[in-house]
Design a protein around this ligand. Sequence first.
Ligand code: CA
Ligand code: CA
Length: 482
Amino acid sequence: MPSPGVAQSAASAQQSFPVVEYRADRMLIMPRAGVSPRALAEFHTAQQTVVLRRFEGLGGWEVLQLPPDTTVADFITSYERSGLVAFAEPDYARQLALSPNDPYFASGALWGLNNDGQSGGVADADIDAPEGWDVLTSASNIIVAVLDTGIRHTHEDLAANLWAHPLDGSPGWNALTGTNNPVDGDGHGTLVSGIIGAEGDNGKGATGVAWRVRLMAGKCFNTLGEVGFDSDIITCLEFARAHGARIVNASFSGTAFSHSLSNAIATARAAGIILVAAAGNNAADLDMIPRYPACYDLDNIVSVAATTRNDELWSSSNFGATSVDLAAPGHQIYSTFFLNDGFYLGPVSGTSLAAAYVSGTFALMLARFPAETHQQIIARVLDAADRLPALAGRCATGGRLNLRKALSPPVLLSVLPTGPDEPFQLRVAAGPNRTCVIESTTGFTGWTSVFTNTTSAAGFFDFTDLQPPDAPQRFFRATAGF
Ligand code: CA
Ligand code: CA
């Protein structure tokens, strides 16, 4: 039996762990280039520090053990004053990265978001969602219209993310009945909605690409046969445009070219609306046999093929070297379903689901880059796709969606003007609050990280190279860390 005193201290420890910022008995240093190892070793001896680890591949970077009853700050000061180190700093504490607590994510069922190779898949055949969520999880002001069979808007993992009509609170429009009750009697629309925006980190069910978003239900497909007609599709598209939707998920296709549908999407384009279209599930080449809306020649349409957990094109997915833009996970997918408020379905497959991954990505992109045009946002997502051998010649990008890369702008390195006797200076620009690494090499045979910092709200930081003038010629590059 533990004594009451022990039980009490355990309880208080749970309530408030002390915040450890750094180890009190260690320090990290980077030797200056050209400093002799012997001079550094002699300084260590004089300071009574002990080298615990040394990494030649990190430029001779060292972990030092400090003598007892001393403070890290004192040693940082003395090492920096010694002239022997490029920097000295505390051994900072880290916390485990947050991942959502939704059971289907934790179990690995949602491989499209994070694939560790579970269930016979290929590790990292995914959209790098956790890394993307380090940048942004929420698109709570972005309305995504789901033109589909309706949405079970009371579902436990969707209810919080439904759009609400400002006048009556309804979640969208039912073009089949002409009412504001877009009930899902089929399930397709509820499946698609959960991939875009099932509520993340709520301890229930799945998580969407966007943890928070506004899902607008546009019911234009019936339950029997899952058929939708252009009249109803366009009615819902106009409802979406009139009520502020920024993205339209169009997980459907047909072979007929309709001027009406083309014109309606062109009108949506003028409002800056991005329409994400499924390529379809006919194992067909859309360059030969076009399907619509995927193949309309409008720059606000993004057409999507489906990949598997092995980063292969799904066997039934349509494709097209010019008419399909990119691929996204669409095989053996789990998501919310319409049968009751706690129902989830899977595994299911289809380019409908792949399109939903892309729509969820666009929601986060519009939240991240609110000032950009639809062309700029689409270009970011397409440029960020992971090029895959299996997709070469199968879609225009030859790539599969990558959320992390889409949310992270490229890193730009520029040389700042300095006087002849001033140290060399670089500016790293990469968008706000982004951690970047400057690396250096003398012979291009190996790169050493020399400086890591996080960009300001204005999107940059500067680096001053304090190496001595007689140091060998060096080249620099900068990359983003995550
Ligand atoms: Ca990954
Ligand atoms: Ca959830």
